[in-house]
Ligand binder design. Structure first.
Ligand code: FAD
Length: 537
C-alpha cells in the first residue's frame, strides 16, 4: 500500500479536516503503510488555530500540556514562550509538526467535502468535494473538529449593516484596524472574553452586547521560566502518562481530594483566593464536589461574584456580568486577562440584551428595544454549532442510503463517540459521546487517532472489510453518557454542550463526562475483548 501522490483518487483512508486530529491521522496511517488523503476547507493546516485569529486568542490549557505527546523528540525540541500560548504560537507549532513529518503533501487545501456516501458492494466511501470531484476510500475519518462550525445568530437586518463585519471564528488574515472606531461585539463566550480586553485597547468605543454572562477566572499568564519548562521536559513521558491515565481532564491540575463542605468558610475563601491568584482553570479543582453538589458549587460561584464586584466599579455592570442562573463550571470555564477590569474603561459599555433585546441590525448599527447604537464595526463572537455542526454540514449516507442527519435528528448517537451504527468504516475523532471538549482536546485526539488507526491495522491483519458498532452497544453507550451527565450539575446550564445555543438543536448533553482516564480504560478493555460492541464483516 504505497502512496502514489495527488493523481490517485482512491485511497485506503480519506480524512476530512487538517487540524491536530487530521495531522496526527496522516502521521499514523502513513507509518502503518496506508495511503491517505486529507481534505481541508481552509487554505492551510491548523484547524481551530488557523481560523480563530481574533485579538487575544489563546489556549486555556497550559502550553506545556497542550501539545502532542506521541514523539519524545518533538516535545523536547519545541519551546513554548508563555504559560498560555497565543494563537500564532500554536499555529506555528502545528506548522512545525506538519513540516517535521512532511504531512502537508497528503492534504488537499481549499477543498470542502460536501458529501460522503457508502457503497456497500465495494465496500468503500465516496467523498465529493465542493469542486465536484469524487474520491473513494475504504475508510473515512471525520476529523472535522468539535468547535469548527461557526455560526452567525439570526438577527433581522444583519445583511444591511454598512460597516465592517468580522467573526471571531473566521478572523481575517490581514491586520484589522479598529483604532478610534465604534465597535460592537455580540456575544460574551470564551472567544469574546479573550477578545474584548484587546479590542478595548484600540477601539474608540466598544459596546459589548451580552445576553448571558459567563464565569471567568484570571489566566495570570506569564513568560515560562526555564526551570518550569525543565520540570516538564525532564519528566515528560511520565507526566503525559499521568495526564492520560489518571486524570479526568487529560490535564494535570492541582486536584483536590476533599469536599467543599469539609472546609470552613475561611478555609474555602483562602483556597479559592490562592487558586485565583495562581490563575487558570486550576480554580475549578479546588474541591472534589464542585460539579456534583449544588451547595458546594455555590461557594465557588459566590467567590467569583464577589471578585466581579471588587473589580468592576459600576455596581449595575458588575451585577450584569455575574452569572446567576446556572452553576459555575457547567459551561466551559473561561480564562481571561483583565476581562472584568475592561468594563472600568471609559470607552467600554455593556449592553444587556436580555432586558433590552436586539430588535434589528441596521445599516448604521444595532437597534435594541431601548434605542440605537451607532457602529462602524460589528464583531460576531457567537460561538459554534458544537460537536455535531461540522458533521451535519456534510451529507453523510451510510448503509441503505440512510443519512446521519436524520439518524441524529433527536440527538447524536455514536458508540464511544467513535462510530455510529449503520455507517460502517466511518470513524469520528472526538465525536459526541467521547470526552472531547471536556478535556485537554489534544490528549483526547491522540487517544482517538491511536484507537482508529490501530483498528484499521487490525482489520488488515484479520482480513476484515467492514466494521460498525452493534446497535445495542451503541444504545447502551448513549444511555451511559446520559446517565453520567445526569449525575452532575452539567445538565443544568443552557450550554453549547447541550446544544442550547442553536435554535432547534435537540437538548442532549453531548460530551462524555466520565473522564479521559475512565474512557481510555473502557476503550482498552473493549479492544482487549476483541472490539466488543463492534461487528466485523
Ligand atoms: P479543528 O482544529 O476544528 O480542525 C477541523 C478542521 O476540519 C477545520 O480546519 C475545518 O476547516 C475542517 N473541516 C470541517 N469540515 C470540513 C469539510 N466538510 N471539508 C473539509 N474540511 C472540513 N481545546 C483545548 O483543549 N484547550 C483550549 O484552550 C482550547 N481553546 C480553544 C479556543 C477556541 C477559540 C476554539 C474554537 C477551540 C479551542 N479548543 C481548545 C478546542 C480545539 O478545537 C481543539 O483543541 C483542537 O484544536 C481540535 O483539533 P481538531 O483537528 O480535532 O479540529
Amino acid at each position: 500500500m504505497k502512496d502514489s501522490g495527488k493523481a490517485r483518487r482512491n485511497f485506503d483512508v480519506a480524512i476530512v479536516g487538517a487540524g491536530f486530529s487530521g495531522l496526527y491521522l496522516i502521521y499514523r496511517l502513513r507509518r502503518l503503510g496506508f495511503t491517505v488523503r486529507a481534505f481541508e476547507t481552509a487554505s492551510d493546516i491548523g484547524g481551530t488555530w488557523y481560523w480563530n485569529r481574533y485579538p487575544g486568542a489563546r489556549c486555556d490549557v497550559e502550553s506545556m500540556q497542550y501539545s502532542y505527546s506521541f514523539d519524545e523528540d518533538l516535545q523536547q525540541e519545541w519551546n513554548w514562550s508563555e504559560r498560555f500560548a497565543t494563537q500564532p504560537e500554536i499555529l506555528s507549532y502545528a506548522q512545525h509538526v506538519a513540516q517535521r513529518f512532511d504531512l502537508k503533501r497528503d492534504v488537499e487545501l481549499d477543498t470542502t467535502i460536501e458529501s460522503a456516501v457508502y457503497d456497500e458492494a465495494a465496500p468503500s466511501w465516496t467523498l465529493t468535494t465542493d469542486k465536484g470531484e469524487a474520491v473513494s476510500a475504504r475508510f473515512c475519518v471525520m476529523a472535522t473538529g468539535c468547535l469548527s462550525a461557526a455560526r452567525d445568530p439570526e438577527i433581522k437586518g444583519a445583511e444591511t449593516f454598512g460597516g465592517e463585519v468580522y467573526r471571531t471564528g473566521n478572523w481575517p488574515h490581514r491586520p484589522v484596524d479598529l483604532a478610534g472606531k465604534r465597535v460592537g461585539v455580540i456575544g460574551t463566550g470564551s472567544s469574546a472574553i479573550q477578545a474584548i480586553p484587546e479590542i478595548a485597547k484600540t477601539a474608540g468605543h466598544l459596546l459589548v452586547f451580552q445576553r448571558t454572562p459567563n464565569f471567568s477566572v484570571p489566566a495570570k499568564n506569564a513568560a515560562l521560566s526555564p526551570d518550569y519548562v525543565a520540570s516538564w521536559k525532564d519528566d515528560y513521558p511520565a507526566l503525559r502518562k499521568r495526564a492520560r491515565e489518571e486524570t479526568r481532564s487529560g490535564t494535570i491540575y492541582e486536584f483536590a481530594t476533599k469536599s467543599a463542605h469539609a472546609a470552613t468558610e475561611e478555609e474555602r475563601e483562602a483556597e479559592y483566593q490562592r487558586r485565583w491568584d495562581k490563575g487558570g482553570a486550576n480554580f475549578m479543582h479546588a474541591y472534589n464536589d464542585l460539579v456534583v453538589d449544588e451547595a458546594a458549587n455555590r461557594t465557588a460561584a459566590e467567590f467569583v461574584h464577589r471578585k466581579i464586584r471588587e473589580i468592576v466599579k459600576d455596581a449595575r455592570t458588575a451585577d450584569l456580568l455575574s452569572p446567576k442562573d446556572y452553576p459555575i463550571f457547567t459551561k466551559r470555564i473561561c480564562v481571561d486577562t483583565d476581562y472584568y477590569a475592561t468594563f472600568n474603561r471609559p470607552n467600554v459599555t455593556l449592553v444587556d440584551i436580555r432586558t433590552d433585546p436586539i430588535d434589528a441590525i441596521t445599516p448604521g448599527g444595532i437597534r435594541t428595544a431601548g434605542g440605537h447604537y451607532d457602529l462602524d464595526v460589528l464583531i460576531y463572537a457567537t460561538g459554534f454549532d458544537a460537536m455535531t455542526g461540522a458533521l451535519n454540514r456534510i451529507d453523510i449516507r451510510g448503509r441503505g442510503g440512510r443519512d446521519l442527519r436524520s439518524k441524529w435528528a433527536h440527538g447524536p448517537r455514536a458508540y464511544l463517540g467513535l462510530m455510529s451504527a449503520g455507517f460502517p468504516n466511518l470513524f469520528m475523532v472526538t465525536g459526541p459521546g467521547s470526552p472531547s471538549v471536556l478535556s485537554n482536546v489534544i490528549t483526547s485526539i491522540e487517544q482517538h487517532v491511536e484507537f482508529i488507526t490501530d483498528c484499521i491495522a487490525h482489520m488488515r491483519e484479520q482480513a476484515r472489510a467492514e466494521i460498525e458498532p452493534d446497535a445495542a452497544a451503541e444504545d447502551a453507550w448513549v444511555a451511559h453518557v446520559g446517565e453520567v451527565a445526569a449525575g452532575t450539575l452539567l445538565t443544568k446550564a443552557a450550554s453549547w454542550y447541550m446544544g442550547a445555543n442553536i435554535p432547534g438543536k435537540p437538548r442532549v448533553f453531548m460530551p462524555y463526562v466520565g473522564g479521559v482516564d475512565r474512557y481510555r480504560r473502557t476503550c482498552n478493555e473493549i479492544v482487549a475483548k476483541g472490539y466488543e460492541g463492534f461487528v466485523f464483516a
